[in-house]
Design a protein around this ligand. Structure first.
Ligand SMILES: Nc1ncnc2c1ncn2[C@@H]1O[C@H](COP(=O)(O)OP(=O)(O)OP(=O)(O)O)[C@@H](O)[C@H]1O
Ligand SMILES: [Mg+2]
Length: 276
């Protein structure tokens, strides 16, 4: 049975107020339950693109269809619909350092609460239970009452995942969730996202800079260059030429490093694909 499309962007553009055109005529269809990875050089427009797709930024032109509802992505209520149904793990976690780990997760539940409760931060027992479970799931059950600011970089990313999970999103966006993390922590973060996709059957769209991780976890790889989508392939069909198309000759050796370290070995991925 073919998968349903959960989000479809048609010919979308994003021009910032200073006139810079960061996304140019992108068409993307995200399939339900799929794990998509977006690759591209610094400044190519990856963050701008996923912010547009997740309703955090209004698009300048084009159309986004989310959960079968069509709109041009500019109306406030339409943007709110997408935002409410999306989880977002930001580049750099975006936590409130002065609040406890638990409260940071509970913030992910705000959209389920009436306005008066959100002002008073009056969370229900069920919200606390959901938050505790999410923290357990990401392995932070011993840090519940610590300040978020006291966590390590890897722990902060796990906390950001817990906060996004409790929102029960239909689609999870993650913007470089492994940046600045050591290999072990990067693996742990990717595993958590993978479980969210595989076991929970949720849709994940993740920006990465590491090709080896992209190849291990992605069902599909989307390449962005200068705001334009240049590659969109199921990952077993992804080639070295595609890499060149995304990064150009200068960028390719740097990105390829993570990949070539695995050359000569066979890596079993979650989908049991093998690379030699
Ligand atoms: N608020 C803004 N106003 C004007 N230009 C912006 C704004 N935000 C981003 N840009 C520009 O848009 C382009 C794309 O930025 P974006 O952050 O989307 O890139 P990116 O691919 O996520 O880069 P990185 O890999 O470094 O995170 C860049 O040239 C950036 O300078
Ligand atoms: Mg970015």
């Amino acid at each position: 049975m073919s998968k349903a499309t959960i989000l479809e962007a048609t010919n979308i553009y994003k021009t910032y107020p200073n006139g810079y055109e960061a996304v140019k005529g992108v068409n993307i269809a995200i399939m339900e339950g799929e794990f998509s990875v977006i690759l591209g050089s610094n400044g190519s427009g990856k963050t701008t693109l996923i912010r547009c797709l997740s309703g955090l930024l209004p698009i300048t032109h084009g159309e986004i269809i989310f959960n079968k509802t069509s709109h041009n992505g500019t109306g406030n209520s339409q943007l709110k619909d997408i935002r409410n149904a999306s989880g977002m793990i930001f580049q750099g976690a975006n936590l409130i350092d002065e609040l406890s780990v638990l409260t940071n997760v509970l913030i992910g539940r705000l959209s389920f609460m009436p306005l008066w409760r959100t002002f008073l931060f009056r969370f229900k027992d069920i919200d606390r239970e959901i938050a505790f479970n999410a923290l357990k799931r990401v392995g932070l059950q011993d840090k519940v009452y610590e300040f978020a600011g006291s966590l390590s970089g890897g722990q902060k990313q796990k906390l950001a995942i817990a906060r996004a999970i409790v929102k029960e999103p239909a689609i999870m966006f993650a913007d470089e969730p492994t940046s600045n993390l050591d290999p072990q922590s990067s693996e742990e973060i990717m595993e958590l996202l993978s479980i969210f996709s595989q076991k929970d059957g949720k849709t994940v769209v993740c920006v990465l800079h590491r090709l080896d991780l992209a190849k291990r976890y992605a069902d599909r790889i989307i390449g962005i260059r200068d705001g334009i989508k240049v590659i969109d392939k199921e990952h077993p069909h992804f080639t070295e030429d595609d890499l060149l198309e995304i990064y150009g000759q200068n960028g390719i050796s740097m990105v390829n490093d993570g990949y070539s370290r695995h050359e000569g070995t066979i890596i079993e991925t979650r989908r049991n694909y093998c690379y030699k």
